[in-house]
Design a protein around this ligand. Structure first.
Ligand SMILES: *[C@@H]1O[C@H](CO)[C@@H](O)[C@H](O)[C@H]1NC(C)=O
Ligand SMILES: *[C@@H]1O[C@H](CO)[C@@H](O)[C@H](O)[C@H]1NC(C)=O
Length: 178
């Protein structure tokens, strides 16, 4: 009897641990990327004007992910393709100059960002980002800002919980025969 109670107790602890793991794997699904890495959102050096698109090409962006722009005396705008090409900052669809801007991808597609500061976009402070619908299999390859890879990524949390409950119930049934 004592043994059975202990077994049940262990099982309950296991379930709690697994539920917590699953909550974690669900929250890992979206990532935050710091644009340009530690340097942030600045005018690129004149010998390396494509830094932002190079940076973007090393990452995979998905619906629900967030960009963080850090800058001083500058701004960030989301614009259309033509305005991106011509560095036209007269009618952005998004504008921020608070120095620490968060931008969340709310739909898939290509997003175009430019600096709103005079001359900066022409010097290469611009970036095009393609955002895909979630595909958890490849998401772990991204160089996310606080990426935590999970062995359960891609398995819906509820499936994991059901699978584990099934396992625990089998185990309890087996243990009570002992
Ligand atoms: C750009 O110039 C700097 C210093 O002049 C150098 O350290 C850096 O490697 C150069 N970058 C590229 C991409 O050529
Ligand atoms: C920017 O776009 C607006 C509206 O499309 C246009 O009137 C203006 O001439 C453009 N400015 C530049 C510098 O291309």
């Amino acid at each position: 009897m004592m043994l059975m109670m202990m077994t049940t107790y262990t099982s309950v602890v296991n379930v709690v641990v697994l539920v917590l793991l699953c909550l974690q794997c669900v929250s890992v699904a979206s990532l935050e990327f710091q644009v340009g890495g530690p340097k942030g959102w600045v005018v690129p050096p004149s010998n390396d004007t494509n830094i932002y698109n190079n940076w973007a090409s090393h990452n995979r962006f998905q619906l629900g992910d967030t960009l963080r722009f850090r800058y001083k005396k500058d701004s960030v705008m989301e614009v259309g393709l033509e305005d991106y090409k011509q560095c036209n900052s007269t009618h952005p669809t998004f504008f921020s100059n608070i120095g620490n801007t968060e931008f969340k991808f709310r739909h898939p597609g290509t997003f175009y960002f430019i600096s709103g500061a005079t001359g900066h976009c022409k010097k290469g402070q611009k970036m095009a980002i393609r955002v895909m619908v979630p595909d958890d299999h490849d998401h772990d390859k991204s160089h996310g800002y606080h990426l935590a890879a999970s062995p359960f990524a891609g398995v819906p949390g509820i499936t994991m919980i059901l699978l584990f409950l099934h396992f625990v119930l089998d185990y309890v049934a087996f243990a009570s025969y002992m």
